[in-house]
Design a protein around this ligand. Structure first.
Ligand code: MG
Length: 163
């Protein structure tokens, strides 16, 4: 940790949607007739956030740290992975500053669950709620998001040196 007074990281993830799967976004189980197809809990939002955190510290990506070929990560809670990313950053002298994240999905509506998602993320990232921004948009009926075939998530984080 030398040179820059802060670091910026970008994260992106996508998961396919299918009937009969569960939908977990931002650590919250959301009632839905479709859910994400994944080895883990398929929390596309938290995966993008983890990648942004790891990326800011140049510590690789979520697939390197928690490979989906490893049975110990089958159906793992992505909130636990987020906590582990924060712990890893701590070991390297960094703490999260703020988060801005974006979900792109056709349905279900995110707004009724947004506060709980932000709260869970804030707790895992050890940040106040007003340092966690979450936005959502639809795919306007076009592309794989618009057809309801998948969910996309993007995240940007700032890292600051520990005191
Ligand atoms: Mg993923």
């Amino acid at each position: 940790m030398t040179g820059l007074p802060f670091r910026i990281g970008l994260g992106y993830d996508v998961h396919r949607l299918a009937r009969g799967e569960s939908l977990v976004l931002g650590g919250v189980s959301i009632p839905s007739d479709v859910g994400t197809v994944a080895h883990s809990d398929g929390d596309v939002l938290l995966h993008a956030i983890c990648d942004a955190l790891l990326g800011a510290a140049a510590l690789g990506d979520i697939g390197e740290h928690f490979p989906d070929t490893d049975e110990q990560y089958r159906d793992v809670s992505s909130i636990e992975l987020l906590r582990r990313c924060i712990a890893l950053l701590d070991e390297h002298g960094w703490r999260a500053g703020n988060l801005d994240a974006m979900l792109m999905l056709e349905r279900p509506k995110i707004l009724p669950h947004k506060h709980e998602m932000r709260s869970r993320i804030a707790e895992a990232m050890q940040l106040p709620l007003d340092h966690i921004s979450l936005k959502a948009t639809t795919g306007e009926g076009i592309g794989f998001v618009g057809r309801g075939a998948g969910i996309e998530a993007q995240a940007v984080v700032l890292l600051l040196p520990k005191d």
